[in-house]
Structures are given as C-alpha cells and as structure tokens.
Design a protein around this ligand. Sequence first.
Ligand code: MD3
Ligand code: FE
Length: 216
Amino acid sequence: MTDLFATTTDAQPAREQLGEGAVLLRGCVGDDEQALLVDLRTIIKAAPFRHLVTPGGHTMSVAMTNCGRVGWVSDARGYRYDPVDPDSGRNWPEMPPSLRSVAARAAAEGGYENFAPDACLINRYKPGAKMSLHQDKDELDLGAPIVSVSLGLPATFLFGGFTRHAPQKRYRLTHGDVVVWGGASRLAYHGVAPLPEGEHPVMGAQRINLTFRKTR
Ligand code: MD3
Ligand code: FE
C-alpha cells in the first residue's frame, strides 16, 4: 500500500546489477561492521596510510595501505604486488577473518563461491581526493572478481567501458556498500570523482575503500 506519510523517496534496492558481472550489494557489511573497523584500526597502526607515487612521478591524492599476503605498491619502477611493505621492510599485516568473511560472503552473494583473496588494498579518500579512470589488470587471475567495500563518506563512482573514452555511468557508493566486480566488468575502466567535504557519523571526514583481490 502507498505510504501517505512518506517524506522521502523509496530506499535504494539492496541489490542492483551495475553491468555484466558487476553487482552492488547495498549495506552488505551489516553486522560485521564493528569487528571490521576494530581490525582496520590495527592494520593501519602496523602499516600506516601513505601517498604512493605513480611511475610517471605523480603523487596520488588517495592514501593507501594493504593487508594480506601481498600488497599493491607503486613507485618509479612501476606497479606490482609485493609481500613487503616498502615503508617498514616487513610483510603486510595479515588479512583478518573479519575482512575475509565480508569479502567471501559478498562474493558468494554475487555468484562467486570460494572467493580466496590474497590481497586487500585499502584506499583512504579525504575531501578532494579522487581516483582517475583506470583498469585493474595487475592481477594474474582475471577470472576471480574484485570485491570492494565502501566505508565513510559517500563517493561518486565512475563506471566506464572497455576503452578509456567509452561513456561512464555514475553510482553513489555509501557506508557499508559492497560491489562484486567479475565477469565482463572485471576489466572495465573505472574511477572515483573528487570526494566532497562532509562528516560521516562513524568514519569522520573521510572515505575508506577496501578492495579484495586474488592476485595469482
Ligand atoms: C571495477 N578503487 O583500488 S572500488 C582501486 O573506491 C579502485 O577506491 C576505487 O578502483 C575506490 O583499484 C573503486 C570499485 C572497483 C574496484 C575494482 C574494479 C571497481 C572495479 C575492477 C574492475 C572494475
Ligand atoms: Fe581500480
């Protein structure tokens, strides 16, 4: 029945197909949020966020760290997955069960049973930070999806095609949203628009994005 007292438009659906093999699971973090945030804090203490430099010499506006067997790094030599954090000389922090289970649960809901990521790239956006249009193709197993978890301030995600100049669709990703990027979408160009100013009740003035990857 129509709600005569409704003051807002309908909530977004819990599940939305963004493209072939790409599914947005809104609020999929759910009850795992508290444990995930506690473990995230521990990871960030052991491997603090840093601004990587691209092979072209540009410092990224997004700050990054990693957990898992390997982490994504960028420097003058190029992009690669490396078991060692170059800032500490130690291995990256392990991927805790709280993170692993959110990724596995989302992957399964997206149609990928037994998703076993060995890397989790953690991106931190402060207002103004953005991620330019790119493809993720440094992973050897392109048959596995990438699972992304959004926390904190909402961002506009740009979802393009298979060439840099294909038209882009825009999606708003908010706290607790998870996207499973598999199939044909795995090699789509994508990026994030500059993060607007704001204050999130749980995360403060930032957005943190986790991307779970199977690199080999
Ligand atoms: C679509 N991160 O770390 S997550 C990245 O919000 C990255 O920090 C963005 O792009 C962020 O590489 C977007 C969503 C995402 C991640 C990987 C994808 C979308 C993707 C791989 C293929 C297609
Ligand atoms: Fe990406």
